[in-house]
Design a protein around this ligand. Structure first.
Ligand SMILES: C[S@@+](CC[C@H](N)C(=O)[O-])C[C@H]1O[C@@H](n2cnc3c(N)ncnc32)[C@H](O)[C@@H]1O
Length: 236
């Protein structure tokens, strides 16, 4: 009887282990104040920032707090590139990227909130930017065509995906052969970064989750005051 119980236990352990290794596994816990209660790879995902908070994305202090000029320099953008700005929000980065990729290039600005995309469209009109295209994605699919994107950029958004694995798989499929995926996340390792805990990520956690989706780490750039810039490429 004892032996039977032990065998059953071993089978249960093996099944649980292979389920983790084989695919995305989300666990449910009681939600934390700024979390969703969905746990992926030991990280509770953060609640999505509602469009009601859009003004915060456009706050003038952001220029000094986050130094978008340094992030844009780190991205090595070139004329003609096709860039996917995932979780684009009001388009704070979309129009800045659009200027750098030029009229031959394109920015696909993906968001799941139609209200954000309406704000983004208005902003692009105001700025007379014509190479940014809003895309309404879902929480599992950014709706990008396969093998079409040179650079996928996620600024302050990956931590709030409620299906991070499905999103990463889809983004990887959208990349051209030499394409890059860039995570820009508030540093969890730095307690002085004034952002709620679930909206921060450590570099190690970003690397673990990207590796689970088959991405290969290229470099981490630490030029920003608050955020990591972690760059990955597609496995060959
Ligand atoms: C904190 S805002 C960041 C906006 C922008 N990247 C910026 O830096 O100004 C996060 C945005 O990601 C969007 N978002 C959340 N989950 C998403 C998903 N699965 N796919 C696309 N957008 C998503 C939200 O609707 C929100 O507009």
């Amino acid at each position: 009887m004892r032996c039977f119980n032990f065998s059953m236990l071993m089978i249960a352990v093996l099944v649980a282990t292979s389920a983790v290794a084989d695919g995305p596994v989300y666990r449910r816990v009681a939600p934390s104040p700024d979390g969703t209660g969905t746990v992926y790879m030991n990280r509770e995902t953060a609640s999505v920032m509602g469009h009601e908070g859009a003004d915060w994305l456009e706050r003038p202090e952001r220029l000094a707090e986050e130094r978008p000029d340094l992030l844009l320099a780190a991205l090595a953008l070139k004329p003609g590139m096709r860039v996917a700005d995932i979780g684009a929000g009001t388009g704070y980065y979309s129009w800045r990227i659009a200027q750098r990729v030029g009229p031959e290039g394109r920015v696909l600005a993906v968001d799941v909130q139609p209200e954000m995309l309406a704000l983004l469209d208005a902003e692009m009109k105001k700025r007379e930017v014509s190479n940014v295209q809003g895309v309404l994605g879902t929480t599992t699919d950014p709706r990008l065509a396969p093998d079409t994107i040179d650079l996928v950029l996620m600024v302050d958004v990956y931590h709030e995906f409620d299906h991070p694995r499905e999103m990463l798989d889809a983004m990887v499929r959208s990349l051209k052969k030499d394409g890059r995926i860039v995570f820009v996340e508030y540093r969890e390792e730095d307690a002085t970064v004034p952002i709620k805990p679930h909206h921060k990520m450590s570099e190690a956690q970003v690397k673990r989750e990207a590796a689970a989706a088959g991405l290969v780490w290229k470099e981490t750039i630490e030029t920003l005051p608050w955020q990591h810039i972690v760059v990955f490429i597609k496995a060959r």
